[in-house]
Design a protein around this ligand. Sequence first.
Ligand SMILES: Cc1ncc(COP(=O)(O)O)c(C=O)c1O
Length: 398
Amino acid sequence: MKSETVEYITAHSDELPTPLYLYSESALTEAVREYRKLFPENSRIFYSLKANPQPGIVRHMAGLGIGAEITGQGELEISRAAGSPCLLAGGVSKSEAFLTALYREQPAAVIIESATEWERLKKTAPNSARIPVLLRINPGRSFGGLNMAGGSQFGLSPDQALAVAEAACGSDTVDFLGLHFYFGSQRLDPDPILQALAAAEEVLSAFLEAGLKIRVVDLGLGCGVPYLERDTALDMSALGEQLRLVWQKDIWSSVKIWAEAGRALVAGAGCFIARVTERKRLHGKTFIFLDGGLNVHNPGVGLGRFFRGSPIFSFLPAAPGQDRETVSIVGNLCTSADCFAQDIEAPRLEEGDLVVINNAGAYCQTTALWGFNSQPRFHEALLSADGTLTMLEAQHGV
Ligand SMILES: Cc1ncc(COP(=O)(O)O)c(C=O)c1O
């Protein structure tokens, strides 16, 4: 968390509405700058709205010249309202209605995930304009982190993609741009990212050998973020150095690189703030109750790790030399699963104090259990570089 965010929370701890997601504008800008450095200079970057479709964040990304990677009608509308400079349309099982809506937006590309989508695209593509298309490849192998390649439902096999590409090259209504690779998320180690790129190179060279012209390769590297105490941050500068060697290879010299990312751009810029509503002693344990639990915050790693692990906390305002105690931090739901941390060390917390979870800008909000117990949902606010706080429109419709 940036020091100005800590200062702001500390100075305004009594009046901040909670539970609250607080995003730092300057941290968003820095994350974009760091992410851009991973790719050759003329690469195009897209923000994957699924990480956090908060309109204020999408507007900020648009202002930085970042396109929108969208997966459905809802994200399409958010990106349009935010003024995203260009649109990349992903997502599974696109309907004819969605495809037709997409054509009106003149997307940078529609990503085709299956033979059925390809049939739907051919059926609906207008004669008036050629629809730019990328084909999503599933190599049938997995590469660590949250796997979205081998064994998963996503993409086309290289053989299926080759057949679609050949058909697309002969079509008057489609402009075959190239390939899309997204093999998984939450990678905290460069190795699976580099292995995935090596697999992408294999497919790319098979396409080139088959005589297909590939103008664009869209890559989702799945760079991860440390959410839990036990996570170690991905070393972005080490990754950047290794990637620079990759881009120097001949195979990448003739293609334009696009990159799509979610959590790497927004997770570190957001924190989740909840207020202590009660401290309770029970059978020798101390429970700290918060005004929001798993209904408003999923510790961000994806549903596979829901309910597990302890996020990285800050306790504000922090007084030096405070006594520490062992506590369990729980939310306001009627399930014992609603527990952010079991038996962790924390300063003594009293009713009204704030508990802050760091690196909470991505997925934590949208994958929470909003309906549980009909508890109030969350507020969102953007802290600008000049220290102004702007409350943001709700993304959950209540
Ligand atoms: C196709 C695709 N692109 C991009 C993303 C964003 O991933 P991340 O947040 O890991 O950057 C995802 C996440 O599931 C995805 O499925």
